[in-house]
Design a protein. Structure first.
Length: 85
């Protein structure tokens, strides 16, 4: 099973959408709440190549992007193979 990480903020509707999609797929994920900023926010920006919006999703260390990117992968049939890796 792939290692999934998602950086989120409290009350973020895009974060909720991304997490709902992952939950619907039946996969576990590690959530990093960056609502208060700090080192985790800096880590997210560095890992994503400058992405400062949330959510930022990573699958096995590969930067996927945000909620729209995750949904687009799913629509294209490319998300399930990544999750099964």
């Amino acid at each position: 099973m792939a290692k999934i990480e998602i950086y989120t903020k409290f009350l973020c509707p895009y974060c909720t959408r991304a997490k709902s999609l992952l939950k619907a797929k039946g996969v576990a994920f590690e959530e990093h709440d960056i609502s208060t900023g700090g080192p985790l926010r800096a880590e997210m920006i560095a890992r994503s190549g400058g992405g400062a919006t949330v959510p930022q999703v990573f699958i096995d260390g590969q930067h996927i992007g945000g909620s729209d990117d995750l949904a687009a992968l799913d629509r294209a049939g490319k998300l399930d193979p990544l999750l099964a890796a």
